[in-house]
Design a protein around this ligand. Sequence first.
Ligand SMILES: *Cc1c(COP(=O)(O)O)cnc(C)c1O
Length: 482
Amino acid sequence: MPVKIDSSADLYRKLPSVDELQRSSELAALATSEGQAAVTDATRAVLGSLRQEISDGRLDANAVDLALSGLESAIIRRVRQSLKYSLRPVINATGVILHTNLGRAPLPASTLEHIRETAASYSNLEFDVATGERGKRDVHLDRLFRKLLDESASAGVPARGPEAGISTIVVNNNAAAVLLALNTLAEGGEVIVSRGELVEIGGSFRIPDVMSKSNAILREVGTTNRTRVGDYEKAINDKTRLLLRVHRSNFQITGFTEQPQIEELVSLAHKRNLPLIEDLGSGALFDLSSIGVNGEPSVLDSLRQGVDVVTYSGDKLLGGPQAGMLSGRSDLIARMRANSLFRALRVDKLTYAALEATLLAYVKGEHDAIPALRMMHLSKEEIGRRAEAVAEKINPSQLSLEVIDGESVIGGGAAPSAVLPTRLLAIACEGLSADELSSSLRVADPPIIARVEDGRVLLDLRTVFPEQDEAIVKALIEVAGK
Ligand SMILES: *Cc1c(COP(=O)(O)O)cnc(C)c1O
């Protein structure tokens, strides 16, 4: 600690007032371009922290003079910082395609365009242009969901009468969809769930908690590793309102396990005249095995098998905006739409526009236009070639770069077993630990988010847009040059 020769009162006297400072030509000019309020706030904050340092005894007269000489530039920096967006793009080099912390699915270009064109002006969100009368916001999407789910569903095994039809409504997210389904169909009654499916999904979604908020009573059956259809059957009583199946999104139970087949649950539910609801979480809209992703149930599979209502997210395997879908028997969906909770959980025009454009890409079969699907589809060889090209542009110096085999993860609550073979750029830097190296990549602009494993930084270009490869080269050269 510096020797204190000046009293702090002397040091405080050296500080200019907010007014004095703002009269400087530089700050006056800044106030004209960025607004007086931002400049005043920044001036107060910078002076405040200087006062704090004086009161903590951390500055002597020389240090205060030095700080005063840099005062204006400190204020300018602070103004610029405060007017920057806090929410900003990052480069996802983790290889986790649907990374919840990084905003899950990046949106297709057509989706962004449709959001822009409908949100920048008025739209027919709830207006029937032909009749001039009030319309429903659902109509824009229901027609597309019917194309994707209904026609093919009736072409499959007719699990229920064709007159029943499939309807879809959209709420804020899948958690909201589950809440709405349980509250509509089971308020005050019991819902039977297997103990092996009482999951918590990252971000505090827990089935038992959602259940209690919906005012339905959880009736657990079976054990963590084994539940049979007979366990459900025994638990059915006159308070039972529905059977719930929850997709085990982020974990696997292996070994001595048993879970009833969906067909068994369907036939039990229908025999006892109860609806079967499935929380799929991730819900693919077509068979993803065609793009190399195996073992992911699709919404259509569940509906074809006779599940009455399926809930799923818009920003997981579907690759669109955050939203929660309820697709299923029209009579049940109509009851959910009539629930006042639906009004509270409904989504805005931005989400309708985003979903409409994303669904249209499905209808047209343009799966590669959806970034999340395109990333799943990338071959290991293609990713490897890009990784080699990045490595070649970097002069080794202190960096050691190697392209190695690895695995990308779908993430976002897709089956934990659904991994994709990839090639990783493994990087080590002399004099830096892997954690230090990865944090120096995070200060790049845009920040680069990497994986750290076994003392190395790993970059998976599967989740990096090809036009971002150059930014990675630049950041690595920068780190190497330090
Ligand atoms: C992801 C997930 C949820 C939560 O979905 P959100 O859209 O994030 O609200 C619920 N259930 C399952 C099975 C999930 O995988």
